[in-house]
Design a protein around this ligand. Structure first.
Ligand SMILES: [Zn+2]
Length: 336
């Protein structure tokens, strides 16, 4: 039996922030994780780690390993939806073994919170009849940045390179512009919501409606937010935080790190608000971008410290990208 997932465009949604007057800042270049001399643990999901977090939602936790994603598995009477995959076919195979433990369903569906290889390339292991649902902007990101992102991941270590072999990005069977209602049977539905350009241009969150559980992608996490796209805008990210708050989810499942609640949203808001205010102020005072980065990092370091996220993933490392972006956004608007 075929799935009944229907996707519709919703008029009046938040615009994608493309073609902003700010141009193409490449703010992510400030962050040097690609070349950092950090030893990365092998990014493999743990076998048998699947846990139930609400009536219809299971999660395979990331185990605190960078570039491993928290995998969501939503179970309806008729279909199972997997959210995110981690890197490469081998992780996809681990996910499929866990899915197999949840019993047989008519249909398997797969989706992703954004295009990065640690969220998409495990799709290579999924059977050919899997329904793959992706936001239009995720597909645009794969088209524009996919190859270079895989090259970056490949350079991290030979293990990463090996995982990515024969693991191309997925192709969508169903794509959508703003929202997609995914019906899994037995009253279980998941609303996929395009959030515009925050971490990436195609950030998508997933609200599991009967359980009130929200998969937030990299838009809200315990670890630091990363400006990872030339389309990323902090001003827009703050609007996204308001949208997430308004959904009133009872449980947040971020892409990476521990599950949480809306206090994670408060923390990101406080961080971005503070950075935005300070960058604008210091820019007005005549400070350069580099001086602003140094001053704001020193000021914020005591408040935004790391718990388990360190090294290239730390608040400290990611802060430069955010401050530089805030500095750019504080530029006085040119009068015509
Ligand atoms: Zn990402």
């Amino acid at each position: 039996m075929k799935s009944h997932s229907t996707c519709r465009a919703v008029i009046g949604c938040v615009a994608l922030g493309i073609g902003s007057s700010m141009g193409f800042p490449g703010a992510h270049a400030a962050e040097d994780w690609r070349t950092a001399k950090t030893v990365w643990p092998n990014p493999l999901l743990k076998e048998g780690a699947l846990k139930k977090v609400s009536e219809h939602v299971h999660v395979i936790p990331d185990g605190g390993i960078p570039a491993v994603a928290n995998i969501g598995i939503i179970v309806g009477d008729r279909a199972i939806l997997v959210i995110d995959t981690s890197v490469g076919r081998r992780n996809g195979e681990i996910i499929l073994r866990e899915v197999g433990k949840l019993g047989k369903r008519d249909q398997l569906l797969l989706t992703a919170t954004h295009f990065h290889p640690d969220h998409t390339t495990g799709a290579a292991a999924f059977p050919a009849n899997t329904t793959i649902i992706l936001n239009d902007a995720v597909l645009a990101d794969i088209r524009d940045f996919g190859a270079s992102m895989v090259a970056d991941f490949t350079r991290v270590s030979p293990f990463f390179a090996n995982l990515l072999k024969d693991s191309p990005y997925p192709q969508a069977t169903v794509s959508f512009d703003q929202e997609c209602e995914i019906h899994l049977g037995g009253g279980v539905s998941v609303k996929a919501i395009a959030m515009g350009a925050n971490h990436t241009r195609g950030d998508t969150v997933f609200l599991v409606e009967p359980d009130n559980v929200l998969f937030t992608g990299d838009v809200v996490m315990e670890g630091a937010p990363q400006i990872a796209s030339p389309y990323s805008r902090i001003s827009h990210w703050l609007e996204s935080l308001d949208r997430i708050q308004a959904m009133k989810p009872k449980l947040l499942v971020p892409d990476h790190g521990p599950l949480g609640n809306l206090t994670l949203v408060d923390r990101y808001r406080a961080y971005f608000t503070r950075i935005t205010e300070r960058a604008a102020h210091l820019r007005k005072e005549g400070k350069t971008a580099d001086e602003t980065v140094e001053i704001v990092r020193t000021e914020l370091r005591p408040t935004f410290e790391d718990s388990e996220y360190r090294g290239v993933w730390s608040w400290d490392a990611r802060m430069s990208g955010s401050v530089l972006e805030a500095y750019k956004e504080a530029a006085p608007t040119q009068s015509p």
